[in-house]
Design a protein around this ligand. Sequence first.
Ligand SMILES: [Zn+2]
Length: 581
Amino acid sequence: MPQTWTMYVTAQTLHKELATSDARRSAATWLRQRGFGAVVLENYRGGCVVSEDALKRARDDFHAEGFATLGGLMPVHGEGFGVRAEGNELRLPTFCYSREETRAALEGLIVQAVRIFGTVVIDDVFMTACRCECCDAARKDRPWDVFRRDLLVETARHWVAAAHRERSDARLIVKFPQYYDRYHLFGYDAERFPSVFDAVWQGTETRDPSTLAYGYVEPYEAYVNIKWMQQCAGEKLEGAWFDYLDCDEQLFFEQAVTTSLGALPRITVFSYSEPFVTGSILGRIAASHAVLKKLHQLAEEPSGVHVVKPPNRDGGEDLFLFDYLGMLGIPCVPATHLETTMRSAIITAHAVSLPNFSEMVRNALLAGRQVIATFDALRRMDVSLQGMFGYEPKGIMPGTTRVERFETAGSSYLVAAPCYVSGDLAPTDASVLIWAGTTGCEAGMIRIPFVTARTLSTGGRAVVWNLGTFGHDKFPIVERLNVPMSVPLLNMPKEICDALRAVATAPLGFAIKAPARVATYLFRRHAVFVNYSPVPAEIEVKGIPWKCETLLADSSNTGCTADRLLMAPRSFACVERVVPH
Ligand SMILES: [Zn+2]
């Protein structure tokens, strides 16, 4: 499958930097030299509108230079256009979609863009945080999140129909933002949007994980996003998209590496602007298209530990947990449901509200599978299912507590940086595989079960991990969408990371020893490791035979033996697996 690199061009850029044919011709040359073959030309962003004539001229100039062109628009409110959302749930200027004025104005732009380009993508603020009187009256007895999804699905249906009336070959694409655990609150419907729109693109703009600007988002999220949306949208998921905001050249390149492992036919970069043209930020990507294409091609049929996130279900105290599971080196395979064919699966609070949740988990355990529940999933599941994990309600007490040490297999490991358990546990019928220890003011050293397991007569194994991330109450006013805090899960001692990973992968027949921040991506014929940390990493693998001579790495300091990899800081390595015939 080919990989097409597409550059996004905003309405503001079309008005300024790319306002003339000369500027567009030199931009096309610059982009071609850096591996791009298509551009998205935007006709609206935040009140800034581009005229039909200007769009046609821009389209024709890029066509003449051999570029494919698509239309785009960014539905953020600007003065004199549509009706702005009311209330302060988000400071972001979203629209009120209960008002015909908003819907008709945006529909006019969509139809215009379809007329010019045929294919049009809606950028990732097709959402609303409106709580105005109109919205409140229209929602009747529905919760806000349900009302917003219904409203936006209905709006999208109108727009898609209008686009197809304008041109029979119209394709209206929705781009999902990166913050997958907040979608459902503001109208992004991962269940219905894929069937309503002609295609779906997915945001993978993880940016700098060490700053609050755009969230403390871990890089593995890019892969979770693509693979999870693929489960929701199937073949309709056609593209991924990342940007340079809050990135240096290396972070920008790592987004490209992780996104390429998602193996989608189109990668869009946001957006053509000053830092690209005058700086070196695009340098590594531009110089690495061949290797990125190789990663894209080898990323076929992912395998590993299933993680279950149904669309439109709330994640409780496990928000964005999948990012951290990946950064702990667990090769994750996102799914929307638990199935009895999954040999090892992790269930979080996301899945518990499914009507058939208990039945799914019970069936998996009875089929001899391993199911790992987080603390919040255990706390929320019904009493009889808690019993299958070896617990009674009185033995499950929430309360985030800082851990001083972990104990497992007769050894004790002090923690060097803050680590936490999600609550206190007292299993009635499960064995403790890992203990967490902390000092109580009068009780002395307290031991808290951190990992417990109960093996059923069917061979099924019900495991509990006493960990989690955070809930929606942790989002501050300045960051309502992306990961709002630095989650300490990656601070666990290496031996505990190894032990957790070993529990998760045991039913799959392999084990990986590695420090945190080294992600594993397992595919049918290849294993890929990405060291996202600033220090070298040693990886020891059992049960994944590979051919050392096939090592592909982006650092000459990375080396490989039959079962070990020594990886340079901030690098990737790929080896071909020995696959039995
Ligand atoms: Zn409203």
